[in-house]
Structure formats: C-alpha cells, structure tokens
Design a protein around this ligand. Structure first.
Ligand code: CR6
Length: 828
C-alpha cells in the first residue's frame, strides 16, 4: 500500500509529467535520447531500423507508464481481474496502434518531420509477432485491446514462441514455408522480467504417502524441470488504461551443468539448456487441426503452469486466502489449448497448498470459464491417456479423480449408460484419450460459443448432454474486432471521412456509426466515399504489383478471399466460379461480367495436403487467366503470399466484395467477415457463423446471401448425398469440373488437380457442388448491382453504419456482464 502511494505521488508529480510527456518537443527529445543512448546512433548514421527501434522504445516507455498507473489503481481498489489464457496471439504491428491510443500520431509525425524522417517509413519497418495461426490468435489480441480500453483489470497470458507462424512463399505456384525470425532484429516492445520465473516439471512418477499429520499426500517426482521467464509487452487502451501481455519463455533452471563441464563434457553441459529452450521454440502451424504432438501438450502445460503460479503468487501477495481466488481472478480459457489448467490448478491447490479436494474443486470451478471456438470433430482436442500420463503423471491421476466424481454425479442424475460414456472425460472407444473440451466444460462455471449460431449448435449438438445437465452454464458471446486497428489505423482515408461527418465518438461508442445512415443519400458524401475506396484500391494494386508482378486495374471489382486455407472455408468454390467465368468469356458469352480482380491470401497448414493443392490450383488458374489476352482485361487472379495482420491492414480497406462462403455450420464465427464489412465491402456469404448476425444487422438487401442453411445441410447429408449425380445432371458444372483435370489448366499434368476433382465428385464433404448453382447465380446478381455504382456505394455506407455490434468493445462488455462479473477501474 505504502509503495502504491509512492508510485501515485510520483506519477502525478511535475517531474514525471515532464519526463513522460506527450508533446511534440518531448517526443522528439525522447526519440533522440533513445537513438543515442539505447541504440547508439545519431540521425545521419541511423538506418530506418535504428530509427524505428528508437521511436518504439520511446513509445513503449509511455505505454508502461499507463500500465503502472492502472496496476496501482487496481491494487488500491483490490479489484477483481481477468486472466486471459491463450496459446496464441496475433498482436499485429504495435507502433501505429500505440500512437493512436496515446493520441500522439500527429505530434509524432511532426516531431519526426523536423528531423527529416517520415513516420510512414518507420511504420513499414516493424516486423509483427506472428504468435498465432489465424482468427483465434487475432481475437485474443483484439480482446486485450478492448479490455485495456475499457479499463478492465486484466492480463493476457501466453507463450513467447521464438519462431512464430511460418513465412509463406510461393515457389513454382506451390506454398513453401520458411522460418519466421521475428526476433532477429530485437523486439523493442517487450521487457524481460528475469525475477518473475517459475519452475515447471515434466514426466517421472508420483508417490502417494502420508505427511506428518497423517494426511494423504502426493509427491510428484519429475524427470525434468525447467523454468518459465516472463516477457511483458504493454497493451494500451484508447486514451486510457494499460495492461500487459505476459508471455513465457522456457529456459533451463541452471543454464550450465557444472558437474558435466568439470568432467570435461562441454556439450553435455549445455545440452539441458538447449533442450529446455526448445519447448517454446516454435508455434505449431495448425489451425483447426491438431497433430497431437507431445511437444504441443508440453507447451500448453508449460504456459498454464507458469501463469497459474503467477496468479496464485499475485493473489497471496495481497495476503488473501486461496479460498477466495475466484473472487479476485477469473480465468478465461481461449479454446481447449489451455484446458489442462483445470487439473493444474487442482494440483497446485491440493498438493502444494494443502487444500482439501472438495474445497479446491469448488474454487477451481468458480475460477475458469471456457470459450469453444470450433465444432469440427477433427479439431476437438484429445490427448491419448498414455501420452498424458507419461508427460504429466499427476495430472492424469487428477483427471481420473475428477472424472470418477463427475460420472457418479451423472449416475445419480439418471443419465443413461450411453450418455455417461459420451460425456466422460475419457473416450474409451479405441485408444483411451482425454477429451479436453469435456475437462474444460466440467471445470468451468461458464461455457460460451463465439456467434449465436455456433453457440446454439454447441448447446444442441456437440455438448448437448452437458447443456441439459447445466443449462445455466451455456451462453453466447459473439466475437468482435478492434475498430481502432481495423478502421482508424489501417484505413485513414475512410476513417477521416467518417470522422468529418460524425466526429470520432465511433472509436469507442458502438452506436455512433449508425449516424452515417443520415448521409446515405448525400451525393457529395457518396462521391467522397467512392474516391476513398478507389484510393485504397490503388495502394493495394501497387502492393500486388510489387509482391506478385501482376497488374490489376483499380477500377475492377476487387473480390477478395483472405483467410486460412481450409476445405470447409471453400476457397475452391471461388475457383469453380472463376473457371465458369473463364469458360464463359472464352465462348463469347462474357458480356455481363464486370471486370474483376480475384484476390486470394492465406496460409495452409504445412501437412494439409488438400489445402496446399488448393493453393496450387489458385496459382494455376492465375497463370492461365492472367496470361490470356482474351480474358485478362476482364478478370485477373492474384494469390498474395504471406497473409498477416500487417498485410490484412492493406487488404481490407481496398476490398469491394468479401467472400465468406464456408459451408453452413462449419465456421464458428469468422472475424475477417467483420473487418471487411467495417471497411465498406459488401459480403457474399452463407448463413454461417457471424455472417448470420452481420446479415441481420446490415439487412438482407445489403448482403449477398446464398447456399444451404445448417438445417438443409443436415437434411442433405441425412438423405445420402451423391455429388456425382449433380455432376451428371448439370452440364455447366460438369464443364467446369472437367476443366480441373484438363491439360489446358494443368500445363499437361492432368493428375495435378485430380485429388480435388475426385474428392468433389466422390465425397464432397463440404457440399460445394450442392451450393454451386446458388453461388453462381448470386455472383451474377452481384455483377449486376456493381454496375450501378450509386446503389453499390449506398449499400457500402449502410454496411459500415450497421457494424456497431461487432466491436470487440461490445464483446468484452458481454463477457464482463454475463460471465466474468468484473468491473472497470479507470485511470485518466
Ligand atoms: N480457426 C474459428 O474457426 C473463429 C475464431 C475465433 C476459430 C473461427 O470461426 O472466428 O476461432 N477456431 O473465435 C479455432 O481456432 C479453433 C479459428 O480461428
């Protein structure tokens, strides 16, 4: 308390204000000081990287100031905090966001201009941390931003992977993967905290005995120990609080084995260090599909163990009893990746802090809440019992104990044998394995899905028995995105235009965008709106030219499909559409087609055969189309390599049409769909995930809907779906499909795309052929609407005006009110 008082007094002192100031002069002098003293350069000799690093350090210090202020206030109020557990984060570039959040973009730009430096050049220097695969990791980062903005006491816990998501290159049309050395030039945003480190154990055995009070006591004797060290990155809220993202790096407890060294074995002496550091070396590049590797489970356990030990430490630091843990902390599990937490908290409470089992279980169940992010059966995490027992022997015992008590409860509640087997934490069919979603559900006080449709399916299908047991446990929080990053920072043109009309209240007030509806008929505004889009398209066109050598005319309709490559997301449905246009133009029937650039981007998991083949298909179609003078003035096909947050910030502002074409019932939510619409793109989409709610908000007349509903998908499958029949019946479709295996497309290798062809004709698990006709008709309609530029622009304005619901600020408010029961603590 005494310490808090001192910090507060210091922060409000004149000295601190001057030191941490935000005026142009102060930014300039702090920038120059950092350049000189921390980077060791003077402006004339500094590279852009030096300049960027100096600026980042100057801004980071200011961000930490907000964090210190917030933490002091939270401690003073003894407030409840959120710990967000996520194995993935995709923060995107920090600099632009932090400038916006501190409200000093203009001052910084001016300060640099006086030194003859362009802020934009420095922004381009930043290498983003790719510590996630896609939507889930980006969502976690949007939520940290929203929590900070709203003053929610919170910490984001995760893993500091040394190599993030691989860098995608396209070689001879194929995806090739290179390591992502994001730390190569240092990371000015983080601060290492060597004093915040925890020991983590693996393997070995357990010993059950009695302690001196004759209480049963379990001792875990591991065969390996390492430590996790904290690396903190400040996350600023908009003109408000600062929180941190705390990522753990694995290290050897002793960096050097002296006994081995003294024995003359230098290599063995450092081996332990290397083995320990390997744990957080690399992110698993699988999205929605787990390879079930031992190292992955170790990573998961490592980060939750460090984080839980940290939380218990912080809790006890305030002289609080562990029995009140849930009153001061709530822990959100971002998917099942951190769900081993349930067993780890039990272990810490029971084995380390001698809490009695029932009491510990009560605290545990009141501490965790679990968000499910997928219904895909192959992505629901399970770990073989043998593997889990080998790496975490004590946790397996704990899981068995939780399960045995849980199954007892089920028997008492008259669940059938069949239901009990399907709800058990252990899947006994085949090789016994632990169902992590069940562990998370049983060990949490709330379970939520990420869109209305997904939460409904979760409740009625995947976890239906659990929902009948605990109906009050289940809820929905529709995902949201950061408007400040995905509109204010990445689309300054549109953002300024909006602010000119309605002020900048929309940065934080969800409903403000709605005011744009008043200007939808304003011709001057419409004109400016189209001009901004065209400017953004010109910028993207230059970038495309630079990255791929392909030239696209900015006046074309920019039809964009960027997201992870996955069969359920149906990038290949888009390809079938493109081929249909190609064949139409070739046969002289292309008059109705508006000039159009099809822009794809996204990574495929390196071991995902079909996804990689789909990328090859896209590039092959591109080679064919872009080089054919008969068609290339009408259509162009681009595959942008290495989709990332930084690249996304260039793509969304320039899109006219957003492709959200997953098979209904497969995409839990999607968040790209929101980013596109917020930037004025119209959506062509199925009734899947959050598309349903976007369509509801913007109105069906401003959304291009096609395809089967979830119920229809189920009915088609129940009837016994035969894609080959559709191929036989529909001549146009047949022509397109046969083109896939033609010499013309594959440059002579007709086997190249046969796996895709066969898959569609024989199984078609994602019903492309069934939705084909509806998709093509919808696209024809889109081209018709596009010709009426005024109509299109009005729809675009109405899309943006009605996006209020999809702000991450709203999602975080929902979490706070319905799940966490956490109140904001604001600082000025
Ligand atoms: N892959 C869902 O598929 C959702 C995000 C964030 C995903 C996607 O629809 O928007 O999570 N699921 O909720 C998982 O990662 C398991 C994703 O990004």
């Amino acid at each position: 308390m005494q310490q808090n008082e001192t910090i507060r007094n210091y922060l409000s002192s004149k000295e601190a204000q001057e030191h941490l100031g935000l005026t142009k002069e102060e930014i300039k002098s702090s920038f120059l000081e950092n350049l000189f003293y921390r980077i060791g350069r003077i402006p004339p000799l500094a590279s852009n990287l030096d300049l960027y690093s100096a600026l980042a350090l100057a801004i980071r210090d200011r961000a930490f100031k907000q964090f210190v202020k917030s933490t002091t206030e939270i401690a003073r109020k003894n407030a409840k905090s959120v710990a967000y557990f996520s194995a993935e984060y995709l923060p995107g570039p920090h600099l632009g966001m932090n400038l916006l959040n501190l409200g000093i973009t203009t001052e910084t730009r001016q300060a640099l201009e006086e030194l003859d430096i362009k802020l934009e050049d420095l922004l381009e220097e930043e290498v983003e941390p790719g510590l996630g695969n896609g939507g889930l990791g980006r969502l976690a980062s949007c939520y940290l931003d929203a929590m900070a903005t709203q003053g929610i006491p919170s910490v984001g816990y995760g893993i500091r992977y040394e190599y993030g998501i691989f860098k995608q290159e396209i070689k001879d049309g194929w995806q090739s993967e290179a390591t992502d050395k994001w730390l190569h030039f240092g990371n000015p945003w983080e601060v290492v905290r060597p004093e915040i480190a925890y020991e983590v154990k693996f393997g070995g055995k357990t010993e059950h005995g009695q302690d001196f009070n004759k209480e049963l006591h379990v001792e875990w004797i591991p065969d390996m120990k390492l430590k996790g060290t904290a690396y903190d990155t400040p996350v600023l809220g908009y003109k408000g609080n600062g929180i941190i993202m705390r990522l753990w790096r694995s290290e050897a407890i002793e960096s050097f084995d002296f006994s081995a060294y003294n024995g003359g074995d230098y290599y063995r002496a450092v081996e332990k260090k290397i083995r320990s550091e390997n744990l957080t070396k690399v992110l698993y590049p699988n999205d929605e599909n787990l390879s079930g590797k031992e190292l992955r489970l170790k990573q998961q356990y490592f980060f939750v163990s460090c984080s839980l030990q940290d939380i218990l430490h912080l809790h006890m630091l305030q002289n609080r009893s562990l029995e009140t843990l849930h009153e001061k902390f709530t822990i959100q599990l971002n998917d099942t990746h951190p769900s081993i937490s349930v067993a780890e908290l039990m272990r810490l409470l029971v084995d380390r802090h001698d809490m009695e089992w029932e009491r510990a279980w009560d605290v545990t169940r009141k501490t965790f809440a679990y968000t499910n992010h997928t219904l895909l059966p192959e992505a629901l995490e399970t770990w073989p019992v043998s593997l889990l027992g080998h790496i975490l022997p004590r946790h397996l015992e704990i899981i068995y104990e939780i399960n045995s008590r849980f199954l007892h409860e089920l028997r008492d509640s008259n669940f059938s044998g069949e239901q009990i087997a399907s709800m058990s934490l252990i899947d006994e069919r085949g090789e016994p394995s632990v169902r992590m979603a069940h562990l998370a559900t049983v060990g949490s006080y709330k379970v939520n899905g990420v869109s209305a449709l997904h939460s409904m399916l979760l409740k009625n299908q995947v976890l239906s028995d659990f929902a009948s047991l605990w109906p009050e446990k289940f809820s929905n929080v529709t995902n949201g995105i950061s408007y400040r990053r995905f509109l204010a920072v990445s689309n300054p043109g549109l953002s300024n235009l909006i602010t000119e009309k309605i002020g900048d209240g929309w940065y934080t007030r969800l409903d403000d965008l709605k005011k744009l509806e008043n200007f939808v008929e304003d011709e001057e505004f419409q004109q400016k709106w189209t001009e901004v889009k065209l400017e953004n398209k010109k910028v993207l066109a230059c970038y495309i030219q630079e990255q791929t050598g392909i030239s696209v005319a900015p006046e074309m309709l920019f039809d964009v499909h960027v997201k992870r490559i996955h069969e359920y997301k149906r990038q290949h449905l888009k390809v079938l559409h493109i081929l249909s246009l190609y064949l139409r133009i070739k046969s002289g029937n292309g008059n109705e087609i508006a000039p159009c650039a099809f822009i794809f981007g996204g990574k495929a998991a390196p071991g995902y055969f079909m996804a990689k083949r789909i990328i090859r298909l896209i590039t092959a179609v591109g080679e064919r189309v872009n080089n054919d003078p008969e068609v290339n003035s009408k259509i162009k096909v681009v595959f942008l390599p290495n989709f990332s947050v930084k690249q996304a910030q260039k793509v969304y502002p320039a899109a006219d049409l957003s492709e959200q074409v997953s098979l209904a019932g497969k995409e839990a939510s999607g968040t790209g769909n929101m980013k596109f619409a917020l930037n004025g793109a119209l959506t062509v989409g199925t009734l899947d995930g959050a598309n349903v709610e976007i369509c509801e908000e913007v109105g069906e007349e401003n959304f291009f809907l096609f395809g089967l509903t979830t119920a229809e998908v189920e009915a088609v499958k129940a009837e016994g779906y035969r894609p080959y029949k559709l191929y036989e019946e529909n001549a146009r479709l047949r022509e397109v499909l046969d083109f896939l295996v033609s010499e013309e497309l594959s440059g002579g290798d007709t086997e190249l795309f046969r796996p895709i062809y066969e898959n569609l004709l024989q199984q078609d698990p994602y019903l492309l052929l069934k939705d084909y006709e509806s998709y093509i008709n919808c696209q024809d309609h889109i081209h018709e609407v596009w010709r009426n530029k005024k109509e299109w622009t009005k729809k675009s304005i109405l899309n943006v005006a009605n996006m209020g619901k999809f702000s991450a600020d709203r999602s975080i408010r929902d979490y706070c009110e319905e799940i966490w029961k956490v109140e904001p603590v604001r600082v000025s």
